[in-house]
Design a protein around this ligand. Structure first.
Ligand SMILES: [Zn+2]
Length: 279
């Protein structure tokens, strides 16, 4: 005689809980993760926020196609050589479907380490920078910290102020050379800030000095400082960085309160926003 099957019912609460968990897992798998470069950037920013005061203003980061893509666009006649900024800043995670995708692909494969920042608080980094740095996340941190320093110190404003107040009335050539000289000083200041930020964040050794050597070789830049250079030549930049490490090794920088941060990536705007939270 078959034994009657005893059925154990699952309580409704457990059923509901399981369904909710399933929905949450499904939602997580449906929402795509930020691109790999953005995740790398988030990790670098989390580390730099330790031991450093990143201020109270949000800082934005945009991964772009880069200048090599713009160069190719000019060659293809998509833009006049001095009017290709838009091609520098295309979204490398978007498909344009009008011939630009190939320019972006080549820009990624052949472009090199670069970054720049806008006075409005956006750091721009070509996707090729991440490819060129590979696993050298400490070197990437130097480049990111250098750009944050430009923003935090309002270097664009400072340079403009210098031009209109201190160089005013001089000949056009003298103004240009004075402006470039100031630009080189500000570059070295951002370099020093970057090295100091990395030291505060706990990076060991002369990471930013090594970064300058790595970067010069990667981009193939063995230039010297010319009177009209916006950046110091390779050797001068390296010598200044070496001197700064000599100084901070003798007298380590005072610790700052770490910055609590929130980071969020907006896919349609291709913007990673780092928001410092109140202490
Ligand atoms: Zn710079």
């Amino acid at each position: 005689m078959p034994l009657p099957l005893k059925r154990f019912g699952v309580p409704p609460v457990i059923l509901l809980g399981t369904a909710l968990l399933g929905a949450a897992v499904l939602a997580l798998t449906l929402v795509p993760r930020p691109p790999a470069e953005v995740r790398t950037l988030e990790a670098v920013l989390r580390r730099l926020s330790r031991g450093n005061n990143l201020g109270t203003q949000p800082i934005h980061f945009m991964v772009v196609s880069g200048t090599y893509t713009a160069q190719l666009a000019a060659e293809r006649g998509f833009c006049k050589p001095d009017q290709c900024v838009m091609f520098t800043q295309l979204n490398p995670y978007q498909h344009y479907g009008n011939g630009w995708d190939e320019l972006i692909r080549q820009g990624y494969a052949l472009g090199d380490i670069q970054a720049w920042s806008a006075s409005s608080g956006t750091v721009v980094i070509p996707r090729a920078t991440f490819r060129a740095y590979g696993t050298h996340s400490g070197y990437l941190a130097c480049t990111v910290a250098h750009e944050i320093a430009h923003i935090r110190r309002n270097h664009v404003f400072q340079q403009s102020h210098h031009l209109y107040h201190n160089l005013r009335g001089q000949s056009e050539e003298a103004m240009t050379l004075g402006d470039r000289k100031r630009s080189r000083e500000l570059e070295l200041e951002a370099d020093r800030d970057a090295a100091t930020m990395l030291a505060r964040a706990g990076y060991q050794g002369r990471v930013c000095q090594q970064d300058l050597v790595f970067m010069a070789r990667s981009v193939g830049d063995g230039s010297i400082t010319e009177p009209d250079s916006t950046h110091p030549g390779t050797d001068d930049r390296l010598a200044a960085m070496r001197a700064h490490y000599d100084a901070i090794e003798k007298r380590p920088p005072a610790a700052e309160t770490s910055t609590r941060i929130r980071s969020s990536y907006n896919r349609s705007e291709n913007l990673l926003t780092l928001t410092p939270l109140p202490r």
